[in-house]
Ligand binder design. Structure first.
Ligand SMILES: [Zn+2]
Length: 424
């Protein structure tokens, strides 16, 4: 049987079931690979980096223990690497992204030499000390704005402006790269500032200005033609990520060419807004994992919609979701509340895989990321992977890191994935 059937494990869930028993259960369900975190570190890998790196000792089971247990049941291990360096950026704000107004964000900038050195050191630490098959990059990207992950209580920003004019990163390293690339960063800065300000002016009048004039995709073309420098900006941000990925790939393959780099990508519909380019970056990764946890995505993506609703209560909330759906082109959901609780219907997974396949061609490995925890049920998971397979996925990955994934969801995932991969 070919194919990849992976699980992004939740340590809490695994320990609850007893780690060894959980792995045996995974093997019975047909799962081929687990993706785990590495909680330890070896100080000698980080000494040359001038950053407040905290080195720590692992609690059992250690990554080495996990690799041994996995090997015993024939399961491969991939280890997550977090390019965003969020906890490091908190301790050393000078490595974080800078928005168009000069504010620091909460993630590291992937142009910053210290961030690149740290991620390379982390990779060496993992791969030189453990028997694993490769790394999974937990999303190499640049925020469209610091509110991207949208914890509640953030100021709202109007669509589509905050997506099409992403406000980071204007740090000195990104600026200097822009100059090297010959793009007009000063003009871009001016335009991004102007559009970001529009996106932050929350009034019913401004909301309906967007609602009434962005009716379909042709209206977006009209807008972009007015600001062609935004295309340079969006492409340049992808270049920053490509440059980073190229260095990561070189680091991994220098250790062992058989080790793999797997990259978590947002769906093609909006991956461009964070600097991810399916066609342009495929040479730097062995495969893409498309993060499409359709039942869960609503509970994250609803926050920016709620922020708009709370700030301008005289706007009809159905119009807020209507404009959002029009822009992303997704089917469903009918209301903000429904979206929050149920996310997107699985038919969108089919279309996202189709778009991704079109971008990367027939031979590139695409793995569909499906959410495992509640409110997803075994039926939801089966439906999602059927849609992903129909759209052209070569493998599947169940995301369970939020915890509370019932055994019936793992079984439904593994069994259905095995069946679909055997059939192709
Ligand atoms: Zn930067």
């Amino acid at each position: 049987m070919k194919g990849y059937i992976g699980v992004w494990t939740s340590r809490k869930d695994m320990l609850q079931m007893e780690y060894k028993r959980a792995l045996e259960f995974f093997a019975e369900c047909g799962i081929t690979t687990i993706i785990v975190g590495y909680l330890g570190s070896h100080a000698e890998y980080y000494r040359h980096i001038d950053l407040p790196v905290v080195t720590s000792k692992e609690e059992p089971p250690t990554l080495r223990d996990i690799c041994k247990m996995a090997e015993d049941v024939g399961i491969k291990v991939e280890v997550v690497v977090e390019p965003k360096c969020m906890s490091l950026a908190k301790r050393a704000p000078e490595i974080s992204v800078v928005d168009v107004f000069g504010n620091r964000g909460n993630i590291g900038c992937l142009s910053h030499p210290k961030v690149i050195s740290y991620v390379q050191a982390r990779i060496r630490d993992i791969l030189e000390n453990h028997e694993v098959t490769g790394i999974e990059l937990d999303g190499a990207y640049i925020d469209m704005h610091p509110r991207m992950t949208n914890p509640r209580g953030q100021p709202g920003a109007l669509y589509p402006y905050h997506h099409v004019a992403p406000e980071s990163c204007f740090c000195k390293y990104c600026r200097s790269l822009a100059k090297e690339e010959g793009i007009d960063i000063d003009r871009i800065e001016e335009t991004v500032k102007k559009i970001t300000k529009i996106s932050l002016e929350l009034s019913s009048r401004n909301f309906y200005r967007a609602f009434d004039t962005f009716r379909g995709q042709y209206d977006m073309i009209r807008f972009i033609m007015k600001y062609p420098e935004l295309i340079d900006w969006l492409n340049f941000r992808c270049k920053i990520i490509s440059r980073f990925l190229e260095q990561i790939k070189r680091t991994v393959k220098a250790i062992d060419p058989n080790l793999t780099v797997s990259h978590d990508m947002l769906p093609p519909t909006w991956s461009w807004s964070i600097g991810q380019d399916y066609a342009g970056q495929k040479d730097y990764c062995d495969n893409y994992k498309i993060v499409f946890y359709h039942k869960r995505v609503g509970s994250f993506e609803v926050n920016p919609l709620i922020a708009i609703r709370d700030k301008i209560p005289d706007v009809n909330e159905d119009d807020i979701i209507e404009l959002y759906k029009r822009l992303v082109g997704y089917e469903g959901p009918p209301s903000i509340t429904y979206f929050s609780q149920h996310g997107f219907p699985s038919t969108n997974i089919y279309y996202e895989l189709r778009k991704a396949r079109e971008e990367v061609g027939p031979d590139y490995k695409l793995i569909a990321g499906i959410v495992g925890d509640a409110p997803a049920t075994p039926t939801d998971i089966e439906e999602a992977i059927i849609m992903a397979a129909k759209g052209g996925a070569d493998g599947f990955c169940l995301h369970t890191w939020y915890g509370r994934t019932p055994p019936s969801n793992y079984a439904a995932f593994g069994n259905k994935a095995r069946e679909l991969l055997m059939a192709c």
